[in-house]
Design a binder for this molecule. Sequence first.
Ligand SMILES: Nc1nc2c(ncn2[C@@H]2O[C@H](COP(=O)(O)OP(=O)(O)OP(=O)(O)O)[C@@H](O)[C@H]2O)c(=O)[nH]1
Ligand SMILES: [Zn+2]
Length: 205
Amino acid sequence: MSPSVHALDRARVSRSQVQSPDRAEVEQAVRTIIRWTGEDPDRDGLRDTPARVTRSFEEFFSGYGQDPVEILKKTFEEIEGYDEMIVLRGIRFESHCEHHMAPIIGQAWVAYIPNGRVVGISKLARVVDVYARRLQIQEKMTAQIANTINDVLEPQGVGVIIKATHHCMTTRGVHKPDTDLVTSRMLGCFRDNALTRQEFLGMAT
Ligand SMILES: Nc1nc2c(ncn2[C@@H]2O[C@H](COP(=O)(O)OP(=O)(O)OP(=O)(O)O)[C@@H](O)[C@H]2O)c(=O)[nH]1
Ligand SMILES: [Zn+2]
């Protein structure tokens, strides 16, 4: 991945950069979809739905307004030379696939071995959420989380594993309800040292 693409991935994506439409336009688009289904958007139960959907989307896609680098910059100094693996397991997340805008529901395992700096553990979960709250494919999200932690903390190594169910596969299209997708990205000693990689995989599966 070229450095410029890498930097763009990590950055806060401002609304002006992508020519964001205003709220009324989004609500109008939802009204159009409701009409397209054959429903009457002015009937009692649906009248407030365009505003509700817009508010929901605001939450689902709030990751564009957040910068994961800023979150991770709040690091602590290493305590008494701790240099073993740190693993936050089973971080539940909700995302949406960029193909169908259907939910991706899963868990992430995030590990690193520090190199002089550790971070508050909640920040690892926050980085997962920032990337999850964007339109995603799982492979990209896995790489973004690992790359960002690697770039900001400069640890000895990073490992990220994601296991998720894609609703575009379970509730539509090919309809395979019991499937999940597992992806991983290993950097530094997690990539180079088979024992480190094995230790992490053992904790995550
Ligand atoms: N690699 C990858 N593929 C994904 C992910 N999320 C969804 N997809 C796939 O993206 C593909 C989009 O395929 P298209 O053929 O363009 O879309 P489609 O006609 O709706 O495809 P079907 O889902 O097979 O009905 C599908 O195969 C999805 O299963 C993801 O995170 N990673
Ligand atoms: Zn999809």
